[in-house]
Design a protein around this ligand. Structure first.
Ligand SMILES: [Zn+2]
Length: 121
């Protein structure tokens, strides 16, 4: 019980100290399309590996040149149409990967909608 109280107090202290630069610890990346900065983990990473292959990096651990998309369908379309992704990665984006990216975006979008519908039902 004593431990619980102590941790409660600590969390309250943390809540007060919101001016602390805790954000520095969170890696921030920029969407190549809308240029909006977000936490790395919320962005979709696309990597051009050392073997020259472009792939979606869901683990965030593939080494190579990376570019980030915020995951909105609009951004993906712009990134592909204006070749922002290709320029950021300095390589060509294969059709296969474009389709894969569209799937990722669609899943993300439908996932959000699904949650909303569940609430209504
Ligand atoms: Zn974006």
């Amino acid at each position: 019980m004593k431990k619980l109280k102590k941790s409660l107090r600590n969390s309250q202290l943390k809540g007060k100290a919101c001016d602390m630069p805790e954000q520095r610890k969170v890696p921030i990346r920029t969407c190549v399309s809308c240029r909006e900065s977000s936490e790395k983990k919320t962005l979709l990473r696309i990597v051009c590996g050392k073997d020259g292959l472009v792939r979606v990096d869901t683990s965030g651990k593939i080494s190579g040149r990376g570019a980030y998309l915020c995951g909105s369908a609009k951004c993906l379309r712009i990134a592909l149409k204006a070749n922002k992704l290709g320029r950021a990665l300095r390589c060509e984006i294969p059709e296969e990967l474009k389709n894969e990216l569209e799937k990722y975006v669609a899943v993300k979008a439908s996932g959000n909608q699904g949650n909303g519908n569940e609430g209504h039902l």
